[in-house]
Design a protein around this ligand. Structure first.
Ligand code: HEM
Length: 128
């Protein structure tokens, strides 16, 4: 008889999580990241619209490489969360719920969200 048990915390390193599991964890991570950074987004928004002087502050803050990395993390979080969220909503409608289809759509979410993040990163760091 096969024995089923919960994995131990030390098993986590060698546990082969399927793509769908990875996308699901990243969906939670991205949701939490966006939620935690709401004050930062509101600060930037406030600076960008209050006055011409505050807009100069906004541009100065955003010119800092570390802030750019934080904004890039936010961009990734939004894009991943959006793509994975659409996938979850389709799964809720019982679309693509077979194991191969679900694995394919999970990889699709990762590819599309990372490709879009790369485009935004190029724009953010002034490549075009
Ligand atoms: C872009 C549009 C968005 C879509 C399509 C979307 C979609 C979803 C969906 C479908 C879920 C439920 C996932 C599940 O069944 O486990 C979810 C969870 C969640 N969303 Fe969003 N969402 C969006 C934007 C946001 C934003 C802007 C935030 C934060 C500011 C956010 C934060 C969260 C959090 C914290 C959860 C709970 C995650 C968890 O329990 O694992 N979402 N989202």
């Amino acid at each position: 008889m096969p024995e089923f048990r919960n994995i131990h915390v030390f098993d986590l390193m060698k546990y082969r999580l399927p793509w769908a599991g990875k996308v699901s964890i990243l969906h939670r991570v991205s949701g939490a990241l966006m939620f935690l950074l709401i004050p930062f987004v509101l600060y930037l928004f406030d600076k960008s619209v209050t006055s011409e002087i505050s807009f100069v502050t906004f541009k100065t803050v955003l010119a800092h490489p570390f802030i750019k990395l934080v904004v890039l993390a936010l961009i990734w979080a939004y894009l991943h969360h959006f793509c994975a969220g659409i996938r979850f909503l389709l799964l809720d409608l019982h679309m693509g719920i077979s194991k191969p289809a679900s694995a394919k759509s999970a990889v699709g979410v990762l590819v599309v969200s990372l490709a879009l993040t790369a485009v935004f990163a190029a724009k953010l760091f002034g490549l075009f």
